[in-house]
Design a protein around this ligand. Sequence first.
Ligand code: AMP
Length: 516
Amino acid sequence: MNILKKIQEYACRRPEQIAIRCGDSALTYGELWNYSDGLAAWFLQTQGDDRSPVAVYGHKDPWMLVCFLACVKAGRGYCPIDRSVPQTRVEMILQAVPSGVVLTTEAMTADAGTKQVLVSEELKALAEKKHPEVPETAWVSGKDTWYIIFTSGSTGTPKGVQISADCLNHYLDWSVGLGSAAEEKDGQVFLNQAPFSFDLSVMDLYTSLASGGTLYCLEKTVQSDYRLLMQSLGASNANVWVSTPSFAEVCLSEKSFSEELLPKLQVFLFCGETLGNRTVQKLQERFPKAAVVNTYGPTESTVAVTDVLVTPQMARETEPLPVGRAKPGTRIEIRDEAGTVLPDGEKGEIIILGDTVSTGYYRQEELTKKAFFEQAEGAGVIRGYHTGDKGYLEDGMLFYCGRIDLQIKLHGYRIELEDIENNIRRIPGIEHAVVLPNLRDDKVKSLTAYVVERELPKAEREEMARLKQELLQFVPDYMVPKKFVFLEQMPMTNNGKADRKKLAELGKKPERKGMV
Ligand code: AMP
């Protein structure tokens, strides 16, 4: 696929079709195409040969998309920064990308140094100016970087994952068919939960554009207010749902979240976190006509590389759920520490090889060398990525068993924290569970489970005893957490995943609420 060609085709064929709607603002395919051309022309006229990636700052605003497309039409990659990113981190990212220009759709408090900051009105004025046509030869293509998404690095400095035009196009060849045949998605409404600085948003944003759909954005203020959220969902007419499982779990706590609210919903697409059996069962009860698809992948391999349709039988009988089979163009291998490829059923590191693996971390050669590699294959070379995830294959079906770095040793026992979490989620009444180790002198002394139940228990001590007892049905006693903290809601990161850092801080406070 050539995604820019596709968008151009829709802009010609159906210029009036809404491409993106965020709150009260929307842009049609025609407007999106023309405005991004206007801004791209400005880049080409004024910024000379500087093809370095451009930071684009803001939140869910249709003009974010104008900026993204303007950059790639002018031969530059872009780096999306959501307003929820803390100021110091924004500054780190701005320093990392050398372009002299920053595009913003709203005021930015971060210091942009000597860069020229174009604010929303200026962008609009430039985009609406009469301009020469932007030649296709200027567009980002092939191995050129399309976007850079910064993810957290273990050193505390964010790493910029570079995704090329080829990677994105290969990904889209597959993602347009997720959950249903590609042509059925034509003109459909895709829900956007994730901020544009999280690669999950690529799944809804570009799959929608690639199939002539409308992206319906759920802004942060809407997501954090149940009443507004249900109202907005009800008004969306959404056909395709894309979110983290945590976000769907939040929605499920509202009774009105059901087929009546979203009668046209055809498919739930999940990625980014473990999808629990219970969550799927509840979705299947409330949305009997919608398919549930689990996908897996890291930013480093363009959003997702596997998929599986989770049937009601699978949701009942296969625990944990599989994360799917590799898409065409991708091979998954399970390797041990020595790099040996392991047979079916044996656990090891998940290695992704294929046509969506990133070209590496932006200007971070050492880190790139550690995580990525190239390997001869047939007449050519393919790229590979060490995910740091643990898993196993069964006849081509991938099962995810947590992060290698979430593996701990407690009293000599090797324990996967996510293994305990999955088992806690099997206990009746549990909506969400995260397990964290308690450290002293860098050694794990005990475990704490943070759980959300359908209702906050009144007698916490008794409830803790019940959970421990129930958990013993599934795991050995050394894996049963010593403490259970009952929460009304699981704290979530800006990306919509369970926020382990916040939980760890909560764990340090002696007066924490709901602690037993
Ligand atoms: P990110 O790069 O932020 O999208 O995070 C990628 C990581 O999220 C992966 O390396 C996995 O650890 C985790 N992940 C992604 N998809 C799934 C899934 N379907 N089930 C469990 N974990 C997942």
